[in-house]
Design a protein around this ligand. Structure first.
Ligand code: ZN
Length: 313
């Protein structure tokens, strides 16, 4: 048995995971950010003990512990930067190991999601695959030649910060025009608000009013109602997503793109739209065989299973 811990900006989930990737039991609590890491580890420890006890196990039965963190994690398990948790240069691995008195592996959350899909989900047995999470930012995990790509000291593979518009929108990474400034759910929310104001007769305004706030979801909802402005906005958004995917195709040429995050669950044929645009480009430009585009299989438990994967040999 393995313990997988998925620390998110909102919730922290703890799960007991079998070596075949099955979630045996799961519990969660509010992360309450910003939060002192020692205090958070104490709560993770308490929840883990409770979960193990309820399943007639102890830490002695646990073969490995993995933790997924929303941020950049280096090879030593230090959290170099996590904007969501408010952590910088934090030796999280040592704090975990000390409390659990066991080896603990720390990893980036998107890498965890990629690992779970690669071991047990939609990218199983593939040699080259890329997972993209469209959320507040863009998370990414890359499997290259049958191995998780981490870059020097774990600092690589940040696809969300590849520049797609030179001198474009300011990004919090210090650069301008990063992919996540155009293709994240947050950027779609920002565009939705602007475009709704420019088009007072669009249904977008009614939908936004009913939710009291513009979001990626309000754009999709108005598009599903047939609103022309919202449909064009989704189209524009898909173009931005595909722009980045074409860049990644040219560099890594994966067999599969897995697209996760809240936006990917919106329906409206969103994944199909991406698939069509990407593969039309590949065909038109004689770039060889097509690339599969799909949603994650493990979805809600991907973080926990992926964290457990970190600890599996
Ligand atoms: Zn950036």
């Amino acid at each position: 048995m393995f313990i997988g811990v998925d620390i998110g900006g909102t919730n922290t989930k703890v799960g007991i995971v079998s070596k075949l990737g099955r979630v045996i039991a799961i519990d969660s609590f509010k992360t309450k950010v910003p939060r002192d890491a020692v205090d958070l580890v104490e709560e993770i420890y308490t929840v883990t003990q409770k979960l193990l006890k309820a399943n007639e196990m102890t830490l002695e039965n646990v073969e490995g512990i993995g933790v997924g963190v929303p941020g950049i994690v280096n090879d030593n398990g230090n959290v170099v930067l996590s904007v969501n948790l408010g952590w910088k240069d934090l030796d999280f691995s040592t704090i975990m190991k000390k409390r659990f008195e066991k080896d603990v592996v720390i990893g980036n959350d998107a890498n965890c999601a990629m690992l779970s899909e690669w071991r047990f989900g939609g990218a199983k047995d593939s040699k080259n695959a890329i997972l993209i999470t469209l959320g507040t930012g863009i998370g990414s995990g890359i499997i290259l030649d049958g191995k998780l790509f981490r870059g020097t000291n774990g600092m690589g593979g940040e696809c969300g910060h590849m520049v797609i518009v030179h001198n474009g929108e300011q990004c919090n990474c210090g650069n301008k025009g990063c992919w996540e400034q155009y293709a994240s759910a947050k950027s779609l929310a920002r565009r939705t608000e602007i475009v709704a104001k420019q088009n007072p007769s669009s249904k977008l305004n009614d939908v936004i009013a009913s939710y009291k706030k513009a979001s990626a979801h309000t754009c999709f909802e108005a598009a599903k109602m047939g609103d022309k402005v919202a449909k064009e906005l989704v189209d524009e958004y898909v173009d931005y997503v595909v722009c980045g995917l074409i860049n990644l195709t040219q560099i890594f040429r994966p067999e599969i793109f897995i697209i996760g995050g809240g936006v990917a669950k919106e329906g409206y044929g969103f994944i199909k739209l991406i698939d069509t645009k990407l593969n039309n480009f590949i065909t038109k430009n004689n770039m060889g065989a097509g690339i599969q585009v799909k949603r994650p299989v493990l979805e809600n438990n991907a973080g926990i299973v992926g964290a457990a994967c970190l600890a599996m040999k």
